[in-house]
Design a protein around this ligand. Structure first.
Ligand SMILES: *[C@@H]1O[C@H](CO)[C@@H](O)[C@H](O)[C@H]1NC(C)=O
Ligand SMILES: *[C@@H]1O[C@H](CO)[C@@H](O)[C@H](O)[C@H]1NC(C)=O
Length: 303
Protein backbone atom coordinates (compact mmCIF):
# COMPACT_ATOMS: atom_id res chain seq x y z
CA UNK A 1 0.00 0.00 0.00
CA UNK A 2 2.78 2.42 0.97
CA UNK A 3 4.65 1.49 -2.17
CA UNK A 4 1.57 2.12 -4.29
CA UNK A 5 1.02 5.48 -2.60
CA UNK A 6 4.64 6.45 -3.19
CA UNK A 7 4.28 5.53 -6.85
CA UNK A 8 1.13 7.58 -7.25
CA UNK A 9 2.73 10.58 -5.56
CA UNK A 10 5.86 10.19 -7.69
CA UNK A 11 3.79 10.05 -10.89
CA UNK A 12 1.73 13.08 -9.87
CA UNK A 13 4.87 15.03 -9.03
CA UNK A 14 6.68 14.08 -12.22
CA UNK A 15 3.61 14.93 -14.31
CA UNK A 16 3.38 18.26 -12.59
CA UNK A 17 7.04 19.13 -13.07
CA UNK A 18 6.94 18.18 -16.77
CA UNK A 19 3.75 20.17 -17.21
CA UNK A 20 5.32 23.24 -15.65
CA UNK A 21 8.27 23.09 -17.99
CA UNK A 22 7.47 24.09 -21.57
CA UNK A 23 9.37 25.63 -24.42
CA UNK A 24 8.91 26.68 -28.05
CA UNK A 25 11.42 24.12 -29.34
CA UNK A 26 14.33 21.99 -28.14
CA UNK A 27 12.73 20.41 -25.06
CA UNK A 28 10.31 17.57 -24.39
CA UNK A 29 7.25 19.79 -23.99
CA UNK A 30 7.84 21.82 -27.14
CA UNK A 31 5.15 23.46 -29.28
CA UNK A 32 3.65 20.33 -30.91
CA UNK A 33 3.27 18.71 -27.46
CA UNK A 34 1.77 21.58 -25.43
CA UNK A 35 -1.71 20.04 -25.74
CA UNK A 36 -0.66 16.81 -23.99
CA UNK A 37 0.16 18.56 -20.74
CA UNK A 38 -2.09 21.57 -21.22
CA UNK A 39 -5.30 20.28 -22.87
CA UNK A 40 -6.68 23.82 -23.29
CA UNK A 41 -3.99 24.42 -25.93
CA UNK A 42 -6.06 22.10 -28.19
CA UNK A 43 -9.18 24.29 -27.85
CA UNK A 44 -11.18 25.90 -30.63
CA UNK A 45 -10.73 29.54 -29.57
CA UNK A 46 -6.97 29.71 -29.55
CA UNK A 47 -4.57 32.56 -30.31
CA UNK A 48 -2.78 33.89 -32.27
CA UNK A 49 -4.68 34.19 -35.57
CA UNK A 50 -4.31 35.86 -38.92
CA UNK A 51 -6.69 38.80 -39.39
CA UNK A 52 -8.23 38.94 -42.84
CA UNK A 53 -9.31 42.57 -43.15
CA UNK A 54 -11.80 41.69 -45.92
CA UNK A 55 -13.71 39.51 -43.48
CA UNK A 56 -13.77 41.65 -40.35
CA UNK A 57 -17.06 43.19 -39.25
CA UNK A 58 -17.27 46.80 -38.21
CA UNK A 59 -18.61 47.38 -34.71
CA UNK A 60 -19.61 50.93 -33.76
CA UNK A 61 -19.39 50.05 -30.07
CA UNK A 62 -15.64 49.64 -30.36
CA UNK A 63 -14.76 53.22 -29.50
CA UNK A 64 -11.57 54.69 -28.05
CA UNK A 65 -10.00 53.31 -24.89
CA UNK A 66 -9.67 55.14 -21.65
CA UNK A 67 -6.05 54.54 -20.76
CA UNK A 68 -5.51 55.15 -17.08
CA UNK A 69 -2.07 56.53 -16.12
CA UNK A 70 -0.49 55.55 -19.46
CA UNK A 71 1.21 58.98 -19.42
CA UNK A 72 2.46 58.68 -15.86
CA UNK A 73 6.26 58.25 -15.53
CA UNK A 74 7.90 55.59 -13.33
CA UNK A 75 5.13 52.98 -13.71
CA UNK A 76 7.54 50.27 -14.94
CA UNK A 77 9.19 48.31 -12.17
CA UNK A 78 11.34 45.46 -13.37
CA UNK A 79 12.41 43.84 -16.65
CA UNK A 80 12.77 40.06 -16.34
CA UNK A 81 14.04 37.28 -18.59
CA UNK A 82 11.78 34.31 -17.77
CA UNK A 83 13.29 31.93 -20.30
CA UNK A 84 10.42 32.40 -22.77
CA UNK A 85 10.39 36.18 -23.22
CA UNK A 86 11.40 39.43 -21.58
CA UNK A 87 8.62 40.73 -19.42
CA UNK A 88 8.27 44.19 -17.93
CA UNK A 89 6.43 44.12 -14.64
CA UNK A 90 4.42 47.24 -13.80
CA UNK A 91 3.94 48.69 -10.35
CA UNK A 92 0.91 47.00 -8.77
CA UNK A 93 -2.35 48.67 -9.74
CA UNK A 94 -0.59 51.71 -11.24
CA UNK A 95 -1.92 51.48 -14.81
CA UNK A 96 -5.35 50.47 -16.10
CA UNK A 97 -7.61 50.38 -19.11
CA UNK A 98 -11.35 50.57 -19.79
CA UNK A 99 -13.64 51.57 -22.64
CA UNK A 100 -12.80 50.33 -26.11
CA UNK A 101 -15.84 48.05 -25.99
CA UNK A 102 -14.59 46.32 -22.82
CA UNK A 103 -17.36 45.56 -20.34
CA UNK A 104 -15.10 45.87 -17.29
CA UNK A 105 -12.16 47.83 -15.97
CA UNK A 106 -8.81 46.06 -16.31
CA UNK A 107 -5.54 46.46 -14.40
CA UNK A 108 -2.35 46.29 -16.47
CA UNK A 109 0.02 43.66 -15.04
CA UNK A 110 2.92 43.44 -17.46
CA UNK A 111 4.00 43.68 -21.08
CA UNK A 112 6.26 41.30 -22.98
CA UNK A 113 7.48 40.55 -26.49
CA UNK A 114 7.50 37.86 -29.18
CA UNK A 115 10.27 37.85 -31.78
CA UNK A 116 11.66 35.74 -34.58
CA UNK A 117 15.14 34.69 -35.68
CA UNK A 118 18.40 36.65 -35.64
CA UNK A 119 17.65 37.70 -39.20
CA UNK A 120 14.39 39.37 -38.10
CA UNK A 121 13.60 40.97 -41.45
CA UNK A 122 13.43 37.52 -43.04
CA UNK A 123 12.28 35.56 -39.99
CA UNK A 124 9.56 37.71 -38.44
CA UNK A 125 8.27 36.83 -34.99
CA UNK A 126 4.94 38.57 -34.55
CA UNK A 127 2.24 36.12 -33.46
CA UNK A 128 -0.72 37.80 -35.13
CA UNK A 129 -0.66 38.94 -38.73
CA UNK A 130 -2.69 41.29 -40.93
CA UNK A 131 -3.67 39.72 -44.26
CA UNK A 132 -0.82 37.27 -43.86
CA UNK A 133 1.77 39.98 -43.16
CA UNK A 134 3.84 39.30 -40.07
CA UNK A 135 6.01 41.92 -38.35
CA UNK A 136 9.46 41.31 -36.88
CA UNK A 137 8.17 41.77 -33.31
CA UNK A 138 4.92 41.89 -31.37
CA UNK A 139 4.38 43.49 -27.98
CA UNK A 140 1.60 42.33 -25.64
CA UNK A 141 0.25 44.52 -22.86
CA UNK A 142 -1.49 42.11 -20.50
CA UNK A 143 -4.22 43.25 -18.15
CA UNK A 144 -6.62 41.45 -15.86
CA UNK A 145 -10.19 42.30 -14.90
CA UNK A 146 -9.81 44.49 -11.82
CA UNK A 147 -12.52 42.52 -9.97
CA UNK A 148 -10.80 39.12 -10.42
CA UNK A 149 -7.54 37.36 -9.49
CA UNK A 150 -5.42 35.14 -11.78
CA UNK A 151 -7.31 31.93 -11.03
CA UNK A 152 -10.82 33.37 -11.32
CA UNK A 153 -9.90 35.39 -14.43
CA UNK A 154 -8.64 32.25 -16.20
CA UNK A 155 -12.13 30.74 -15.96
CA UNK A 156 -14.06 33.43 -17.87
CA UNK A 157 -13.84 34.51 -21.52
CA UNK A 158 -13.09 38.12 -20.65
CA UNK A 159 -10.84 37.55 -17.63
CA UNK A 160 -7.84 39.13 -19.37
CA UNK A 161 -7.54 41.86 -21.97
CA UNK A 162 -4.39 41.83 -24.07
CA UNK A 163 -3.39 44.68 -26.37
CA UNK A 164 -1.16 43.56 -29.21
CA UNK A 165 1.13 45.94 -31.12
CA UNK A 166 3.12 45.09 -34.23
CA UNK A 167 6.66 46.47 -34.16
CA UNK A 168 8.30 47.32 -37.48
CA UNK A 169 11.87 48.38 -38.19
CA UNK A 170 12.80 51.70 -39.75
CA UNK A 171 16.05 52.65 -41.36
CA UNK A 172 18.16 54.61 -38.94
CA UNK A 173 18.25 57.98 -40.75
CA UNK A 174 14.47 58.19 -40.92
CA UNK A 175 14.16 57.29 -37.29
CA UNK A 176 16.47 59.97 -35.89
CA UNK A 177 13.88 62.71 -35.98
CA UNK A 178 11.42 60.80 -33.85
CA UNK A 179 11.38 60.90 -30.11
CA UNK A 180 10.02 57.34 -29.99
CA UNK A 181 13.44 56.17 -30.96
CA UNK A 182 15.18 57.67 -27.93
CA UNK A 183 12.82 56.03 -25.48
CA UNK A 184 13.06 52.68 -27.25
CA UNK A 185 16.83 53.03 -27.33
CA UNK A 186 17.00 53.49 -23.54
CA UNK A 187 14.39 50.78 -22.99
CA UNK A 188 16.20 48.19 -25.14
CA UNK A 189 19.54 49.15 -23.50
CA UNK A 190 18.27 47.08 -20.57
CA UNK A 191 18.20 43.91 -22.70
CA UNK A 192 21.95 43.44 -22.54
CA UNK A 193 21.68 43.23 -18.74
CA UNK A 194 19.29 40.26 -18.82
CA UNK A 195 20.62 37.78 -21.44
CA UNK A 196 19.75 34.59 -19.51
CA UNK A 197 16.72 32.98 -17.93
CA UNK A 198 16.23 34.33 -14.40
CA UNK A 199 18.07 37.61 -15.01
CA UNK A 200 16.24 40.74 -13.99
CA UNK A 201 16.92 44.45 -13.80
CA UNK A 202 15.13 47.32 -12.08
CA UNK A 203 13.93 50.08 -14.44
CA UNK A 204 15.29 53.42 -13.27
CA UNK A 205 14.21 55.69 -16.15
CA UNK A 206 10.90 57.55 -15.83
CA UNK A 207 9.34 55.79 -18.88
CA UNK A 208 5.60 55.94 -19.38
CA UNK A 209 3.50 53.46 -21.36
CA UNK A 210 2.49 56.16 -23.86
CA UNK A 211 6.12 56.86 -24.76
CA UNK A 212 6.46 53.31 -26.11
CA UNK A 213 3.25 53.59 -28.15
CA UNK A 214 3.98 56.83 -30.05
CA UNK A 215 2.76 56.87 -33.62
CA UNK A 216 -0.06 54.37 -33.06
CA UNK A 217 -3.64 55.53 -33.54
CA UNK A 218 -5.16 53.82 -30.52
CA UNK A 219 -8.70 54.12 -31.90
CA UNK A 220 -7.93 51.80 -34.86
CA UNK A 221 -7.97 48.19 -33.80
CA UNK A 222 -9.35 44.68 -34.30
CA UNK A 223 -11.15 42.70 -31.61
CA UNK A 224 -11.72 38.98 -31.10
CA UNK A 225 -12.09 36.40 -28.33
CA UNK A 226 -9.09 34.13 -27.91
CA UNK A 227 -6.56 32.60 -25.55
CA UNK A 228 -3.22 33.07 -23.86
CA UNK A 229 -0.56 32.25 -26.49
CA UNK A 230 1.53 30.31 -23.95
CA UNK A 231 0.57 27.32 -21.77
CA UNK A 232 -1.88 26.81 -20.15
CA UNK A 233 -3.58 28.56 -23.15
CA UNK A 234 -6.73 29.53 -21.22
CA UNK A 235 -9.48 30.82 -23.51
CA UNK A 236 -9.91 33.84 -21.30
CA UNK A 237 -8.62 36.73 -23.39
CA UNK A 238 -10.34 39.65 -25.10
CA UNK A 239 -7.81 40.51 -27.79
CA UNK A 240 -7.18 43.99 -29.20
CA UNK A 241 -4.78 44.12 -32.13
CA UNK A 242 -3.86 47.63 -33.25
CA UNK A 243 -3.67 48.33 -36.96
CA UNK A 244 -0.75 50.78 -36.84
CA UNK A 245 2.65 49.36 -35.97
CA UNK A 246 5.11 50.93 -33.55
CA UNK A 247 8.13 51.97 -35.60
CA UNK A 248 11.61 51.78 -34.10
CA UNK A 249 15.11 51.63 -35.57
CA UNK A 250 16.10 48.29 -37.08
CA UNK A 251 19.18 48.16 -34.88
CA UNK A 252 16.90 48.35 -31.83
CA UNK A 253 14.66 45.54 -33.13
CA UNK A 254 17.71 43.34 -33.54
CA UNK A 255 18.62 43.72 -29.89
CA UNK A 256 15.85 41.27 -28.97
CA UNK A 257 17.18 38.16 -30.77
CA UNK A 258 20.85 39.11 -30.30
CA UNK A 259 21.14 40.38 -26.70
CA UNK A 260 18.77 37.72 -25.35
CA UNK A 261 20.11 34.15 -25.40
CA UNK A 262 17.09 32.70 -27.28
CA UNK A 263 15.09 33.53 -30.38
CA UNK A 264 12.00 32.41 -32.34
CA UNK A 265 9.71 32.85 -29.36
CA UNK A 266 6.27 32.92 -30.92
CA UNK A 267 3.37 30.50 -31.26
CA UNK A 268 2.13 29.52 -34.73
CA UNK A 269 -1.33 30.70 -35.74
CA UNK A 270 -4.60 28.89 -35.09
CA UNK A 271 -7.82 28.62 -37.10
CA UNK A 272 -10.54 31.17 -36.42
CA UNK A 273 -13.17 28.38 -36.35
CA UNK A 274 -16.58 29.99 -35.80
CA UNK A 275 -15.30 33.21 -34.25
CA UNK A 276 -15.79 36.72 -35.57
CA UNK A 277 -13.14 39.45 -35.75
CA UNK A 278 -14.55 42.95 -35.35
CA UNK A 279 -12.99 46.26 -36.34
CA UNK A 280 -13.27 49.43 -34.32
CA UNK A 281 -15.54 52.35 -35.23
CA UNK A 282 -12.57 54.48 -36.36
CA UNK A 283 -11.42 51.97 -38.97
CA UNK A 284 -12.80 53.01 -42.34
CA UNK A 285 -14.27 50.63 -44.90
CA UNK A 286 -11.55 49.26 -47.11
CA UNK A 287 -9.57 48.59 -43.99
CA UNK A 288 -12.57 46.98 -42.45
CA UNK A 289 -14.54 44.93 -44.91
CA UNK A 290 -17.31 45.83 -47.31
CA UNK A 291 -20.37 48.03 -46.81
CA UNK A 292 -22.48 44.89 -46.68
CA UNK A 293 -20.49 43.69 -43.71
CA UNK A 294 -20.74 47.06 -42.03
CA UNK A 295 -24.52 47.22 -42.23
CA UNK A 296 -25.38 43.71 -41.16
CA UNK A 297 -24.80 42.57 -37.60
CA UNK A 298 -23.21 39.11 -37.41
CA UNK A 299 -25.28 36.03 -36.74
CA UNK A 300 -23.58 34.34 -33.83
CA UNK A 301 -23.97 30.59 -33.95
CA UNK A 302 -25.24 28.97 -30.81
CA UNK A 303 -23.20 26.31 -29.01
C1 LIG B 1 -9.27 34.26 -6.02
O1 LIG B 1 -10.58 34.65 -5.71
C2 LIG B 1 -11.41 33.58 -5.31
C3 LIG B 1 -12.85 34.08 -5.20
O2 LIG B 1 -12.89 35.36 -4.60
C4 LIG B 1 -10.87 32.99 -4.01
O3 LIG B 1 -11.69 31.91 -3.57
C5 LIG B 1 -9.46 32.49 -4.24
O4 LIG B 1 -8.89 32.03 -3.05
C6 LIG B 1 -8.59 33.59 -4.83
N1 LIG B 1 -7.34 32.99 -5.27
C7 LIG B 1 -6.18 33.54 -5.05
C8 LIG B 1 -5.00 32.82 -5.59
O5 LIG B 1 -6.06 34.61 -4.45
C1 LIG C 1 -16.74 37.10 -26.78
O1 LIG C 1 -17.51 36.15 -26.08
C2 LIG C 1 -18.57 36.74 -25.32
C3 LIG C 1 -19.20 35.64 -24.50
O2 LIG C 1 -19.47 34.51 -25.27
C4 LIG C 1 -19.55 37.43 -26.25
O3 LIG C 1 -20.58 38.05 -25.53
C5 LIG C 1 -18.78 38.51 -27.04
O4 LIG C 1 -19.62 39.12 -27.98
C6 LIG C 1 -17.59 37.90 -27.74
N1 LIG C 1 -16.77 38.96 -28.30
C7 LIG C 1 -16.25 38.90 -29.52
C8 LIG C 1 -15.40 40.04 -29.91
O5 LIG C 1 -16.48 38.00 -30.31
Amino acid sequence: MMLLMTCVVAILLSDFSIAKDWCYFGCENSLPHWGKHYPKCNGRKQSPINIDTQKVIKNQELASFELIHFSLPHTMKMLKNNGHTVECELKAGAVGVRGGGLKHKYTVLQFHFHWGGKDLMHHPGSEHSLNGHRSPLEMHIVSRRSDLNDSTAAKVQDGFAVMGFFIEGDKKEKEKEKTTSKVWESFTDYLQKIPRKGDKVRIMEPFSMHQLLKGVDLSKYYRYNGSLTTPPCDEAVVWTIFKDPIRIGRDLLLRFPTKISFDNVFRPQHPLNNRVVYSSAALTAGHAGTAEHVLQPPTIQGP
